[in-house]
Design a protein around this ligand. Structure first.
Ligand SMILES: CC(=O)[C@@H](O)[C@H](O)COP(=O)(O)O
Ligand SMILES: NCC(=O)COP(=O)(O)O
Length: 242
């Protein structure tokens, strides 16, 4: 069954708007797990615009499901991850000044860099995942880096699905199937939502985990956090059982 990891960046964004501790990120993570999520994802960025490095230390002892830390493996990020040893680290090629993640890795161009970084995380016992565009040409190199998984960057799927273009799933399916043939697990994330999640997983039931933040926290404003998480879990279950 595909696991749901809730990305809590947006909760930190609201907290940071006032400089205090409301909403409390640690309390939110505990509740999100109680409501049924199978993982907590965070993406500490160097400017700490939402998740702060201290949050990682505060969350580590309370996250009892899967802790997934995303980010660009610059020195400070590597130190942070190695000090906290989450279950999974997702490597993302964060561009400078980008409003959010806007591309996956070129695994051919950055092969040596990724291989070196992945070796360090694997030696520390941390599962590694590479954020990847839906491009089968990048899969073989991704597998050769030694990574355990890829995370499919789903923004384009989400945009096209919203426009009614269901064929947009095709490169995702091809990339996922090739990744599995090459021994990789497959995660997915970015702009997944209650609207598009069921179709995505019905089409690619092999997805091990989805990480969802922006839409889920927005939907929770109308529906409540517990109800929203439960709605995702139902859709994921229905999709997996099809
Ligand atoms: C890696 C990824 O897909 C992102 O979705 C990310 O974690 C979201 O980051 P922001 O919350 O900073 O937009
Ligand atoms: N890895 C993707 C993620 O954690 C959440 O992305 P989004 O749902 O905030 O777009």
């Amino acid at each position: 069954m595909t696991k749901l990891s809730v990305n809590i960046n947006k909760i930190a964004t609201i907290r940071n708007a006032r400089g205090g501790n409301t909403p409390n990120l640690v309390e939110a993570a505990i509740k999100i797990e109680q409501f049924g999520a199978q993982g907590i994802t965070i993406h500490p960025r160097p400017d700490e615009r939402h998740i702060r490095y201290q949050d990682v230390y505060d969350l580590k002892p309370v996250v009892k499901t899967e802790f997934n830390i995303e980010g660009k493996p610059v020195e400070s990020f590597m130190e942070l991850v190695l000090a906290n040893k989450p279950e999974q680290v997702t490597l993302v090629p964060d561009a400078e000044n980008a409003i959010t993640s806007n591309a996956g890795w070129d695994t051919v161009k950055h092969f040596d860099y990724l291989t070196d970084v992945i070796k360090i995380f694997k030696e520390a016992g941390i599962r590694t995942s590479i954020f990847l565009d839906p491009n089968p040409a990048l899969v073989e190199a991704a597998a050769k880096t030694g990574a355990d998984r890829i995370e499919l960057y789903t923004e384009e799927f989400a945009t096209q699905y919203g426009l009614g273009n269901l064929a947009a799933i095709k490169p995702y399916k091809e990339t996922a199937l090739l990744a599995i043939e090459n021994g990789l697990g497959v995660n997915a994330g970015h702009d997944l939502s209650l609207d598009n999640i069921q179709y995505f997983i019905e089409e690619i039931p092999q997805i091990a985990e989805v990480s969802i933040g922006h839409a889920l926290i927005s939907e929770a404003l109308y529906m409540g956090l517990e109800n929203t998480i439960q709605s995702y879990l139902r859709k994921i279950e229905v999709a997996n059982l099809k």
